[in-house]
Design a protein. Structure first.
Length: 273
């Protein structure tokens, strides 16, 4: 049976998430856009999956806060792995989603923070999430009855687009080369049927979907820390996120995020061929 959080518990969890986001903002901005650029290590022997001192500093700062405020909770972080908890809940942390963009100086990377149910081998369904863009100063929060963005333009409710025709849809993905050759071909079929396709915004695309600016985000090969926070924020804003077959997406893999059920069904039909 799902845990019923009291209003006080909800407030504490939201406050903790905000504290994590503030700590990660400070850590990431301290290293962003230095003269001459920032160096990075490559996690892969083939290809390029960078990690910087900022990734590690941001996750370390968030883990330090959780050790003080929520020591009973587990942590699933991109840089420092899994810490088991006893509460049945896990914080899913991606200290910089879009490290390639961070390295390049673009302002579309972000910090992803989610509170999820504890799963068997991976985090379970997300209950609350934060997508934070430190350089712009925008924070998207979803969960426990909250769906809001706070930033340079003030605070506003998050509300995904209603209805819509696939032929008029705006589609985002991080890379033109989506997943495997088969997955890329499916994405190409979908891209031919929408009005506009854009690339390279990492987690910021999911934030734009929750804010009612775009209709679809389609990706593949993702990890739990890539999607937990976006799922919570988008669902709180009235959208939906599944895998390409309509099942849960919180374990990663193929992800289809849509502003509404109508556009989701149309996109899924195309992806399935």
């Amino acid at each position: 049976m799902p845990h019923a959080f009291s209003l006080a518990e909800q407030a504490d969890l939201l406050s903790t998430a905000e504290a994590l986001a503030e700590a990660a903002r400070e850590a990431t901005l301290a290293h962003f856009r230095p003269q001459g650029g920032i160096g990075a290590e490559n996690k892969l022997t083939s290809g390029f999956d960078p990690v910087t001192v900022a990734d590690r500093a941001a996750e370390a700062a968030m883990r330090e806060i959780l050790a003080t405020r929520r020591p009973q909770d587990g942590i699933w972080g991109e840089e420092y792995g899994v810490t088991k908890g006893t509460s049945g809940f896990t914080w899913v942390l991606d200290p910089i989603d879009g490290t390639r963009g961070y390295l390049s100086g673009t302002p579309t990377w972000g910090v992803l923070i989610a509170l999820s149910e504890e799963g068997e081998s991976k985090p379970g369904a997300p209950l609350m999430g934060v997508i934070d863009q430190p350089y712009i100063g925008e924070r998207f929060v979803g969960g426990f009855g909250t769906a809001r963005v706070t930033g340079p333009m003030g605070q506003a409710e998050l509300r995904a687009r209603a209805g819509g025709d696939l032929a008029q849809a705006v589609l985002f993905s991080t890379f033109p080369e989506v997943g495997t050759a088969e997955e890329g071909a499916a994405f190409a079929r979908l891209a031919k049927q929408v009005k506009l396709t854009r690339y390279g915004t990492d987690c910021y695309a999911y934030a734009l979907l929750a804010a009612g600016q775009i209709d679809l985000v389609v990706e593949a090969g993702l990890q739990p820390y890539d999607v937990a926070a976006p799922i919570a924020v988008i669902e709180a804003a009235g959208g939906l996120v599944t895998d390409w077959a309509g099942g849960p997406a919180y374990e990663g893999g193929r992800v289809l995020a849509a502003a509404n059920a109508e556009i989701h069904a149309a996109a899924m039909a195309v992806l399935q061929g």
